[in-house]
Design a protein. Structure first.
Length: 96
């Protein structure tokens, strides 16, 4: 099944299964799922351990903007940045 044939809910479910960012337009979700299927799942930040890694297609950099700390009620910034980062195995949605 191609990503364009998937619903937004199906794309989000696959992103949740792989602990990836699941917000954005359908086009962005399709791109994230396609990248994950080919390159693997982005891990949690190795520095702060709570932020979600972002990958720049232009420069090839992996970075972490930080995360929202619910207990403190504030965003905690992180300055992690690297060109090389080991991605995890992508989990495909189970076929019905």
């Amino acid at each position: 099944k191609t990503n364009s044939a998937c619903t937004t809910a199906q794309l989000q479910a696959e992103l949740v299964l792989n602990s990836q960012v699941r917000t954005g337009k359908k086009e962005e979700l399709c791109q994230r799922v396609a990248e994950g299927r080919v390159l693997g799942a982005l891990p949690a930040c190795p520095r702060c351990e709570r932020g979600q890694i972002h990958w720049s297609r232009i420069g090839g950099w992996h970075s972490c903007p930080g995360y929202f700390d619910k207990d403190a009620g504030a965003t905690k910034r992180c300055n992690f940045r690297a060109q090389e980062l080991k991605r995890g195995k992508w989990k495909a949605k189970a076929k019905k």
